[in-house]
Design a protein around this ligand. Sequence first.
Ligand SMILES: [Zn+2]
Length: 238
Amino acid sequence: MKTGKMDGLEYTLKRSNRKSMGISIERDGTIMMTAPHHAELIDIEKFVSEKRIWIYQKLAQKKALNREGPKREFVNGQGFLYLGKSYRLKLIDGSGIKSGRSSKTAPLRLWHGYFELAETENAKARNHFISWYRKQIKKQLKERIPRYDKRIGVKVKDVRILDLGHRWASCGKNGSINFNWRSVMAPVWVFDYILVHEMVHMIERGHTDRFWSLVARVMPDYEEYALWLNENGADLDL
Ligand SMILES: [Zn+2]
């Protein structure tokens, strides 16, 4: 068996009596490429290249399953992510943080470069972060969907924010999109890629050539963002 490299992906090449080429991802993440004895290297490389998005996705899933999350603790100084930046946590005395002129208080806010959490809410910190992220996703989407919907030619009717585990988003029925609450921890261009990916799924369900060319039309650098997610996705967690 030989190894080859294509688009930064290292694969193991196995020649066999089969008539067509195939790719599988082994348990340990090895990319196993099977090809007929007579297949030319250039065609094998082309095949790997065409399958690269599928490969990235499979590898990302494996990684997410095999790796533990970052395990952030809700203590002073711990960094928490929002749109690709890390902000440190500051515990604030009392049971709520006053924001602005209103008399209402919030358990958590992002303020002057810090996440401020009311100290008495510490036991519920994880839930407060999740609901804060959910709010930010709604806010971001309100602003960002209109940048793409006409260009793609779809109408997003509803957005739901769920715990989708290692998936970033999924396409629901009747013009709805499901978002993972973790998605807004990614840099904004990656967040946009997650959005565009699902919006394109509204017109093309599968990861076909047509699908990727529609994504590329709106977002020519999408591969860079897909790669970023593959490499950094596991860190986008609490
Ligand atoms: Zn997809």
